[in-house]
Design a protein around this ligand. Structure first.
Ligand SMILES: [Zn+2]
Ligand SMILES: [Zn+2]
Length: 420
């Protein structure tokens, strides 16, 4: 199988998408390009649309297979108006590398159908192109939610809600890696944090700052206590959980001659496990309540779910490691480096075993202003070729007992539980 013959076409598409980034649930142009490409090579394929810009199709098989795999690709860009290739109007930029996932997915698709090798696999292969992985542009998504067009801000939980993933036994995804690598590198078992958002509306009492400050209650002072409390609390956090808290002022309307009577502080709460997330959220709430109480003010608390922690499936990863060991074109692999970034593949991994393979080939920092690929041959030719080898390696070896499946109702229950 020579991936070089798909390279030019696939790389052109990826470059085009890189230069025309679109934010989540708005990836219409991107969706169109993907769909056209698929239909160019599989004329009669039934492509299912979902969640505004999502796409799903299954490579047709002659017989029913024991297992079903979803190859998952993310479509959206990041809001990064200062990126050097940001869209001037929307501020979108592909500095999370999702455009390259698309190129990789299309190269793999071509190789699979070229000689119909997938026909002999004991698992069927579906491609699911999912919108809106990045958690941003929330006013627009809130609007979609009010119009009953979506329920979840993240594309994967939204697809789960719509039953898009119900049929699958496991899922495979890829993601660009930020940072400088001396040699071509892939990565497995990089767990991601889960996160949720908190909003603390502190209220006090307005008064003349010079004439009678003693009759007021300073909401800004309460929020300062809150910030100090969180700072001191960090000592009591388990390092294994890599907790991240980032309190910021979200709303305030202050003048120097009035004791401020209201301020809203927001923070994300990131942890590696759901149990710890529930625990930390309660503790941060307590700091907020205690801060308000100590100055006779009030606090109103809001919680909004982000994504679940992503526990990479070690069993599926073992096929990647195995393949790597006998594959000569990739010299280096990283293993077991958890990070506190998050992704909605965490939500999908609640439903079924998921694997996300990282790939190098980029310069600059991920989500940074200078992020750009510097090794397209690796990204769009060697890496997809490697993925095909992983699939070949999985064929006939998947152990049913290593897989699990939970349905959407269980997911919904867990999320409600966390928000309680
Ligand atoms: Zn990202
Ligand atoms: Zn990403």
């Amino acid at each position: 199988m020579d991936f070089k013959k798909y390279y030019d076409e696939v790389y052109d598409i990826a470059k085009d998408i890189y230069m025309h980034p679109e934010l989540g649930y708005k990836e219409y142009r991107t969706k169109d390009i993907v769909e056209k490409y698929i239909k160019k090579y599989l004329h009669n394929i039934d492509v299912q649309s979902f969640a505004k810009t999502g796409l799903k199709f299954t490579l047709p098989t002659k017989e029913k297979k024991p297992f079903k795999m979803a190859f998952v690709v993310e479509l959206d860009a990041v809001y990064a108006p200062t990126h050097f290739h940001a869209d001037k109007d929307t501020g979108a930029a592909h500095n999370c590398g999702h455009y390259s996932q698309i190129g990789i997915g299309l190269a793999l698709f071509r190789a699979l159908i070229e000689e119909n090798i997938y026909q002999n696999f004991d698992f069927s292969i579906s491609f699911v192109f999912v919108p809106a992985e990045e958690f941003l542009d929330l006013d627009y998504r809130e609007q979609l939610r009010k119009n009953n067009e979506i329920v979840y801000f993240g594309g994967k939980p939204e697809a789960m809600r719509l039953g898009i993933f119900d049929e699958f036994d496991f899922a495979m995804a890829t993601h660009a890696m930020g940072g400088d690598f001396k040699e071509r590198t892939i990565e497995i078992n990089s767990d991601l944090a889960g996160f949720l958002y908190k909003k603390y509306h502190f209220t006090g009492k307005a008064a003349h700052a010079g004439f009678s400050p003693f009759t007021g209650i300073n909401a800004y002072s309460i929020s300062t206590l809150f910030n100090v409390g969180i700072g001191l609390m960090r000592q009591q956090l388990d390092e294994k959980e890599m907790v991240r808290l980032n309190p910021i002022i979200m709303e305030s309307d202050m003048g120097t001659n009035v004791i401020p009577n209201s301020i809203t502080i927001g923070t994300d709460v990131r942890t590696q496990t759901v149990e710890y997330m529930k625990d930390i959220v309660k503790r941060v709430d307590d700091v907020a309540k205690g801060s308000a109480m100590s100055l006779q003010g009030q606090v109103n608390i809001e919680t909004q779910m982000g994504y679940l922690p992503f526990l990479q499936n070690r069993y599926l990863s073992s096929f990647v490691m195995d393949t790597f060991n006998s594959y000569e074109k990739i010299p280096s692999i990283r293993n077991e480096n958890p990070i506190s970034a998050a992704g909605d593949i965490g939500d999908l991994s609640f439903m079924m075993p998921c694997l996300q393979v990282g790939y190098s080939g980029f310069a600059g920092t991920i989500h940074g202003d200078d992020f750009i690929e510097n090794d397209p041959e690796f990204i769009f030719s060697i890496f997809p070729e490697f993925l095909l080898e992983v699939l070949k390696n999985m064929d006939g070896k998947i152990d049913k007992n290593e897989l699990y499946h939970r349905d959407y109702r269980e997911y919904e229950k867990l999320i409600n539980d966390i928000l309680k």
